[in-house]
Write a protein that binds this ligand. Structure first.
Ligand SMILES: Nc1ncnc2c1ncn2[C@@H]1O[C@H](COP(=O)(O)OP(=O)(O)O)[C@@H](O)[C@H]1O
Ligand SMILES: [Mg+2]
Length: 373
């Protein structure tokens, strides 16, 4: 065991937390792309204990999350509500169904190291596995069921109590306006080369305000949403193969359920990843969409209004459109936001996402039937 990993003095950081046991090993852990995650295993001092206590230590990526303390406050809020709901339901194995923070020595949910990094520690949920990419309808069903369950457990928590840690994250109308500004500025003289993509975006302007308007009219409620509904944020139980709980709560914020479900559709129910350059390969996979819809409704269904259920399919179209608009905006602004590997990368991604929007449009009525029946 070395003193440090990635130049962090892990042992010193661990000492800031109220660990009862001596640390045995620590190592980088998981396939997350945002935070630095370490698994800490302790030597148990209690001879009756069967297992060694273990923890997940994470450094919050403050380049992505500009307000790490607001992120932590949201997480504390959500976890305490979630835990209470499970307790009230009389759930067994609570500690495996809801992540739990370990406090620092001074009773806080996070520690700040000498370089200003914000760290938090979770109890490690053992005997679980994660899946990186949804490949089968069964995986789609279970992932959506897990995020639907999360939604259902937090349905009674007023979303207004959470901070909007990434302001306007899915404010699709503002995303559209940002594109218009990028077109008007044409700072990299690229507008002429992307007329068809701009036309496509302009033709969809009305879509960008649709859910926001329904929200403003009170027809769609603001909910606590997860905002990173990827299957690798679901912990599956090794012994049953069933989802235990979702993790990665940094993006938990007020939002619409259509955004969470829509991002699952965008990233999972497609025949090609967003970097596929041959857009003839891009299509919606209706078998996966159907499984996502069934899984989500199986768990969240009872807590959703009819209008929310109806909005789920359109959410897939909207979030895909939004992502295309963001890629196009970044392309026009000279590729300053998304990492690119070649000159046309953002433009190829734009075309890919817009091709998926078209495919969703061609199937939207069937998709709406699947989420409302
Ligand atoms: N409480 C936990 N118990 C077990 N594994 C966890 C726990 N929290 C996170 N993980 C694992 O660590 C990985 C990375 O954590 P995550 O919070 O998703 O970070 P990132 O934001 O970098 O994706 C997860 O995919 C999961 O495998
Ligand atoms: Mg993750």
């Amino acid at each position: 065991m070395t003193q440090s990993t990635n130049n962090f003095d892990i042992l010193s950081i661990c000492r800031l937390f109220a660990l009862q046991d001596k640390i045995n090993t620590f190592q980088p852990y998981g396939n997350g792309h945002i935070n630095d995650t370490f698994l800490i295993r302790c030597a148990t001092v209690n001879s009756h204990a069967q297992t060694q206590p273990a923890y997940i230590l994470q450094r919050i990526n403050h380049h992505v999350f500009k307000q790490p303390l607001a992120v932590m406050s949201n997480i504390e809020h959500v976890l305490s509500h979630w835990w209470g709901v499970l307790q009230a339901q009389g759930a067994t194995q609570l500690a495996r169904k809801c992540p739990q923070l370990l406090s620092t020595c001074d009773g806080k949910a996070y520690a700040i190291d000498q370089d200003g990094n914000v760290w938090r520690m979770f109890h490690f949920i053992d005997d679980t596995y994660t899946v990186d990419v949804i490949e089968t309808p069964q995986q789609a069903y279970l992932a959506a069921k897990a995020f639907g369950q999360f939604q259902q457990h937090l349905a009674a928590l007023p979303a207004q109590q959470l901070a909007e840690t990434i302001p306007g994250f899915h404010h699709t109308r503002n995303r559209f306006q940002a594109l218009i500004r990028a077109i008007d500025a044409d700072s990299h003289a690229r507008v002429d080369a992307v007329r068809p993509e701009i036309e496509f975006a302009l033709a969809h302007e009305a879509d960008t305000g649709l859910l926001l308007d329904l929200q403003a009219l009170g027809r769609l409620p603001l909910r606590v949403t997860h905002n990173d509904t990827k299957i690798n944020n679901v912990l599956f139980d090794v012994s049953t193969g069933q989802p235990l709980c979702v993790v990665d709560l940094d993006t938990v914020m007020p939002g619409l359920v259509a955004y969470d479900f829509g991002d699952m559709v965008r990233t999972a129910a497609t025949t090609a990843i967003e970097d596929e350059v041959d857009i003839r390969r891009v299509d919606i996979r209706m078998d996966l969409f159907k499984a996502l819809a069934q899984g989500y409704l199986a768990s969240a269904g009872d807590s959703l209004s009819d209008a929310e259920k109806h909005s789920l399919a359109f959410g897939g179209k909207l979030i895909t459109l939004e992502q295309g608009i963001r890629f196009l905006t970044d392309y026009l602004q000279g590729d300053s936001y998304y990492k690119t590997r070649y000159a046309q990368h953002n433009l190829d991604r734009t075309c890919n996402q817009f091709a998926l929007v078209r495919a969703i449009e061609a199937n939207l009525s069937e998709m709406e039937r699947l989420v409302t029946r």
